[in-house]
Design a protein around this ligand. Structure first.
Ligand code: SF4
Length: 654
């Protein structure tokens, strides 16, 4: 295991005044500048970061939302030049905070039409901060393929004609040959061909923006953004800051599952993804192709695996993944017994830049529609649960051949083209496929989060102990306290016939994740388990010199999330779009049994009325209007979002 970057010199005391020292503001934690690039006009501008925004929205996701509110006009076509790409790196990125690697990409994503934030790890945010930028905003569109190359102060938009049509790995390798090793956000052919569930890759290894962020870049003819930074980030109180950092590293090293997490990768350490050592998809066979593990800067665990197939007709193939579950999923879905071929499916999705989860769901849709004769062979060709069908479908979607041209448009377009009831064949919320099915493991916070997340059926901001099965109820109480929920909220959450109230709990998970995504800390469970609202507040204060306590920090997280919801309310998303997928209320048939949706502790079957009540509880805990599922005037005012109140009053929304 090794880290991508040498960690020495991270605390170098470089003065980071905006605009080359012409300004007098001293930035701590922040790099101090926002870089604006207009691909239509060629204009490049560097604005100083407004510290009032930093106090209010922290950075990363928070300031991305703040910028998106001004830049994304309601009703905008996600693939039009006006849709910005906003990349944010929070104030703890570029410091030694463990796992401070989370880069946030905000835009209006085409699959759902929601203003969405994708997050990706590795070194992009790290280099971006060291180059002097907290945020990069790319607007407009180029007529010919281009890439952006940022090397500290130098910012260039360069010709990418020779790279267009190349896959992610190939294109980035070419760019690294040209410019030397640096950080990258790139797209493959799926993004170029405007596939609605294309994504981008960070440093060839991490995915970002599964609901069509790749297509947003493709529509701008933007093949890649490269960044190299040689500076450092100054912290306000180095002694206090390092005390917090050292305490975190010490706690992580003495964590009882630390060695398991290092051995198996971060997603597998808790047991939920464990498929055992033996068997066709087990760890033993995975370890034959796994050649290395790579960490983001300052991560104490690491979860990026380098896979190399060493023999057979696919010998020499190299790809990357964050979990052995990715290859196992491809193998199981396609009943592929040749592990090299299953690895190839993952490799194709990575290279082309196609969302794994959305592709899996499309694959299931095609199979089920074929088996039930809703779609005929003359419409979709001969399909089966096998490698050949998976391979063929990926190619068709990415290059928009035949039926692939329809599938590339996502669920809604596929449904309307073939007259399908999407609810019969898929589980999606706001057009984005859900990954966690409550019929399998009960309605935990990640399952519930898929209903209320502003970007659609996304689970990540609902992380909690319910990620693993069998967590004792006391663990939920401790967790909600760790996230900084006030004592009266803890009582409301724990006063539930289901052990805990998943709707009320999820509100605090979202605020907690908003803080992480705004500061730039990795949200993976084996990383975030070492943090508390108190620790985050002390890290933020000692890094930036802006004093906050845990209450103020969590209020900032709440503000960030309310703004996220408001951005999408302005786009027309309301409570009606938080509706649970109808499939959740039908029995799930698997392994010869039927499974019904129950609460996390499997107390009893959940009805539609139960879900409606849990949604009511969620809006109530948020202080939102249960009729619209959106923030009230009082809530927005209390959070200091008076400009939103004025704007929404003018639009007749308040
Ligand atoms: S856990 Fe994985 S994604 Fe998170 S910081 Fe570590 S290597 Fe990066």
């Amino acid at each position: 295991m090794h880290s991508m970057l040498d960690m020495r010199g991270l605390l170098c005391l470089r003065r980071t005044d905006a605009d080359g020292g012409a300004m007098t503001t001293n930035y701590f934690g922040y790099a101090g500048k926002i870089l604006f690039i207009n691909l239509s006009t060629g204009e490049i501008r560097k604005d100083p970061l407004d510290l009032a925004d930093a106090r209010k929205f922290l950075g990363g996701l928070g300031i991305n939302n703040r910028l998106a509110y001004d830049l994304i006009k309601p009703g905008l076509d996600p693939l039009s030049p006006g849709n910005p790409v906003i990349i944010g790196a929070g104030p703890l990125i570029g410091t030694m905070v463990p796992g401070a690697s989370r880069t946030i990409a905000t835009s209006k994503f085409p699959l759902s039409g929601a203003v969405s934030a994708g997050s990706g790890s590795m070194t992009f945010g790290f280099n971006m901060k060291r180059a002097g930028y907290d945020h990069i905003v790319i607007t407009g569109a180029s007529e010919k393929p281009v890439y952006v190359y940022i090397d500290d102060d130098s910012v260039q938009v360069l010709d990418a004609s020779g790279l267009w049509g190349r896959d992610n790995y190939d294109a980035v390798d070419q760019l690294w040959k040209r410019h030397g090793r640096c950080s990258s956000i790139s797209i493959g052919q799926a993004g170029e061909n405007l596939v609605k569930f294309s994504l981008a890759l960070v440093d060839k290894m991490a995915t970002i923006g599964r609901a069509g962020f790749g297509a947003v870049m493709g529509a701008k003819k933007l093949k890649a953004v490269l960044v190299r930074g040689n500076g450092g980030i100054k912290v306000a109180d180095p002694k206090g800051f390092m005390h917090e950092v050292n305490t975190l590293f010490h706690r992580a090293k003495s964590y009882k599952l630390h060695s398991a997490a290092v051995a198996y990768g971060i997603l597998n350490a808790g047991g939920s993804f464990m498929l055992g050592d033996e068997g066709p998809y087990g760890l033993n066979i995975y370890n034959k192709v796994k050649k290395d593990r790579i960490a983001c800067p300052s991560c104490f665990i690491a979860d990026k695996d380098v896979l190399v197939v060493s023999e057979g007709e696919l010998g020499g193939m190299k790809t990357y993944t964050h979990s052995f579950g990715m290859v196992a999923t491809a193998a199981m879905k396609g009943t592929i017994t040749d592990y090299a071929k299953a690895t190839r499916i993952v490799n194709m999705l990575n290279r082309y830049g196609l969302g794994h989860q959305e592709f899996d769901s499309m694959f299931e849709l095609i199979l089920e529609a074929s088996e039930t004769k809703v779609l005929r062979e003359d419409q979709i060709g001969a399909v089966g649960r096998n490698y050949e069908t998976m391979h063929d479908l990926i190619e068709k979607i990415v290059f928009r051949r035949g039926i692939g041209d329809v599938l590339a448009e996502g669920w809604m377009a596929t449904a309307s083209e073939f007259g399908l009831d999407t609810n019969r064949f898929s589980s999606h919320v706001k057009g984005l496929g859900t990954q966690f099915d409550p019929r399998e493991r009960g309605l935990g916070t990640m399952e519930f989060e898929q209903l209320v997340n502003p970007r659609g059926g996304h689970h990540q901001s609902g992380g909690s102990p319910s990620y693993n099965q069998g967590a004792p109820v006391e663990m939920f109480e401790r967790h909600v306290d760790r996230m900084g929920a006030p004592p009266d909220a803890v009582r409301r959450i724990m006063d539930s016939p289901f052990g805990f109230n998943v709707g009320r709990f999820t509100r605090y998970s979202e605020d907690w994740f908003a803080v992480f995504d705004s500061l730039g800390i990795c949200i993976r469970s084996q990383n975030n388990r070492f943090y508390s609202a108190d620790v985050c507040a002390r890290l933020f204060s000692t890094a930036t010199g802006i004093p906050v306590d845990k209450e103020a920090l969590m209020e900032a997280g709440e503000r960030v999330w309310n703004l996220y919801r408001a951005l999408n309310w302005r786009e027309g998303f309301t409570r009606k779009d938080d509706t649970p997928p109808p499939k959740w209320f039908e029995p799930l048939k698997a392994a010869g049994s039927e499974f019904e949706m129950k609460d996390y502790f499997q107390t009893r079957k959940l009805t539609r009325e139960d879900l409606e009540q849990l949604l009511n509880d969620y809006y109530d805990e948020r202080g939102w209007d249960p009729a619209t599922g959106c923030p009230t005037r009082e809530k927005l005012t209390a959070l200091g979002l008076d400009n939103i109140v004025k704007d929404f009053e003018a639009r007749g929304l308040l």
